[in-house]
Design a protein around this ligand. Sequence first.
Ligand SMILES: C[S@@+](CC[C@H](N)C(=O)[O-])C[C@H]1O[C@@H](n2cnc3c(N)ncnc32)[C@H](O)[C@@H]1O
Length: 459
Amino acid sequence: MVEYFTKDHWNVLLSGNCRAELLNKNVDDLYQLTNIDKPYNGDIHSASEDEKKFVVNDLQQYISAAHDSHLTSQNMLTPIKDILATLNKKQEATQTVQINSKEYMSGKKSHEVEKMSSVVDILAQHCNTHQVLDIGSGKGYLSTHLSLKYGMKVTAIDCNDDNTTGASQRAEKFLSYWRKHLNGRHTKESGAAAAVINNDSLKLESVTAYVAASTDPSKFLPQSCEHNIEDACIVTGLHTCGDLCSTVISMFVTNKLIKGLCVVGCCYHLISESNNETGTFPMSDFLATKSFSLGRNKRMLALKAPERHAVMNPKQQREKSERSLFYRAVLSVILKEKYGLKSDSKDACIGKIFSKSHSFLDYIRRSLNKLRLDSSLLSDEEIDNYLQSYEPRFKELVAFSMIRHQYGPAVESIIVLDKYLYLLEQVKNTGIEKCFIGEVFDPILSPRCFALIASKSIT
Ligand SMILES: C[S@@+](CC[C@H](N)C(=O)[O-])C[C@H]1O[C@@H](n2cnc3c(N)ncnc32)[C@H](O)[C@@H]1O
């Protein structure tokens, strides 16, 4: 969107009829384009009969194609309840203590941790182990929950020391909270947590380490482990950012000790692609042999969740984000015309200036300062003239951005399917016996919601 005006995306990338159709919608209707459950039914007011057919098909085709490329439309997902049923043939639920995780984490995190830990628990039982490596454990919410609620032996690994130190302290706090909770209200409750309380210790260890695909997981397992089949482990990662998701998958594939995998990726913009030597995308031979690449812009787009945008974004927040795109696109025009800077230049990175600015003038002045450009080359009046001359095109920009958002989920599908395909390609050599993609979270609450879940045969 930074290059929206400088490269004239509106006129170059959309047909005239498409443009007319979009401009006939009010902004709220444009947002409904993003509602993937109700693909857009275009109605046109200004085109001829012949044109109408073409234009409606054009926009609809685009939106339907984007909709069809979404993982949820491709029959590639296995419902979580079916995954759990396949893994848990005995249909035995682990006895756990009922506890409200919202009391010690945010609503979103609590949702993620509750959902993910119930899958990890069943996966661990299926793989005959209680030992879990939580990679990229961050503040340790998932690790703590697995340990306290399900009585698992968890090693929480994160490369950020502040996180791991904080995680251990937080875990002790949760433990005393649980103790009070059990003593006060649920003295007769049995299950994993009670056992933890009786032992008076958490089966949780926090380790600060940078994990790479070649990292030997056995060094994270308790010393007493002989690393025979009973001491096997499973590996998990909640919102493993950028390359970490592929790293966790590679560890699962290459290491015999790791019998199960449950991982959810995030921060796709941080993924490195294989045109760079250490790149982790694509993972599958299928895409690698095609020299397939996405590029940062498309990976950024994959982070947009149209369904969330349409349902949750309060109007005020929405308008702010539209305004921010608009200011940035006009800034590119100024940088190009007044300072000869290309809009895609790395030197034109301004960070989060919009949220600090109280007007367009202030935004431009702050941006020029940040870029160390001579602000005196531009008068206040000239800056205002730029704003006035682009203001009439604001709605176009909003419409274009909505159209662009449609393809975010398609890009996310490619990223997730590539990892799934890689796992399927490894089945022969690694003993992988089950492999699924499951929508483990509610996408409205937690848009990065696709988990790769796999297990190896236990022999
Ligand atoms: C998006 S955060 C998720 C944290 C946590 N799992 C959660 O959901 O709250 C990703 C975490 O992975 C850690 N991380 C990223 N790359 C890593 C690596 N190669 N080895 C270990 N930790 C890593 C980061 O420090 C960060 O805490």
